[in-house]
Design a binder for this molecule. Structure first.
Ligand code: DAT
Ligand code: MG
Length: 140
C-alpha cells in the first residue's frame, strides 16, 4: 500500500476527558506519524462543510453544535494504509458496540445525547482525506 495521509480529530468529548495523549499514543504506537497537529475551537461553517455528507440527517444540527462546543485536536497522520488503519484503531461509530481494543470501544460509551459522542474522527476514504485535510489545514 502507498504512503497516505488521513485527517484525525480528537473531538470535544475526547479533549474534555483528557484523552488527547491516549489517542495520539495509540496512533504513534501503531507506527503512524503525526505530520501536523493543532488544538483549536472550530466554527460552524467549517463543521458544516466537514460533515456535508450528513446535512440531511436528523442528527446533523446536534453534530455540528457538539463539534463546536469546545476545543478539538486536528491532526494529519501519515503512514502506509493509514486511512483504513486509523478507522480500525477507532472502531465502529457507536461506542456501545465498538470492539474492545479500539479507541471507541475502550474509551467511549453512550451519554444519552442527541448526537453520538465517540472521541475521534478519521477520514473514510482517500477522497475524504484529501477534502478534509484541505478544510482543516488549507496551507498544507
Ligand atoms: P463515523 O464518524 O464513524 O465516520 P458517520 O460518518 O456515520 O460516522 O457519522 C459522523 C458522526 O455523526 C459520528 O461519528 C457520530 C455522529 N452520528 C452518526 N450516526 C448517528 C446517529 N444515528 N445518531 C446520532 N449521532 C450520529
Ligand atoms: Mg464518517
Amino acid at each position: 500500500t502507498a504512503t497516505e495521509r488521513t485527517l484525525v480529530i480528537v473531538k470535544p468529548d475526547g479533549v474534555a476527558r483528557n484523552l488527547v495523549g491516549e489517542v495520539l499514543r495509540r496512533v504513534e504506537a501503531k507506527g503512524y506519524s503525526i505530520v501536523a497537529l493543532e488544538l483549536r475551537t472550530a466554527d460552524t461553517d467549517l463543521l458544516a462543510r466537514h460533515y456535508a455528507e450528513h446535512e440531511d440527517k436528523p442528527f446533523f444540527a446536534s453534530l455540528v453544535e457538539f463539534m463546536v462546543s469546545g476545543p478539538v485536536v486536528a491532526a494529519i497522520v501519515e503512514g502506509h494504509g493509514v486511512i483504513e488503519g486509523f478507522r480500525s484503531l477507532a472502531g465502529s461509530t457507536k461506542p456501545t458496540s465498538a470492539a474492545p481494543g479500539t479507541i471507541r470501544g475502550d474509551l467511549g460509551r453512550e451519554w444519552g445525547s442527541a448526537v453520538v459522542q465517540n472521541i475521534v474522527h478519521g477520514s473514510d476514504s482517500p477522497e475524504s482525506a484529501a477534502r478534509e485535510i484541505g478544510l482543516w489545514f488549507p496551507a498544507l
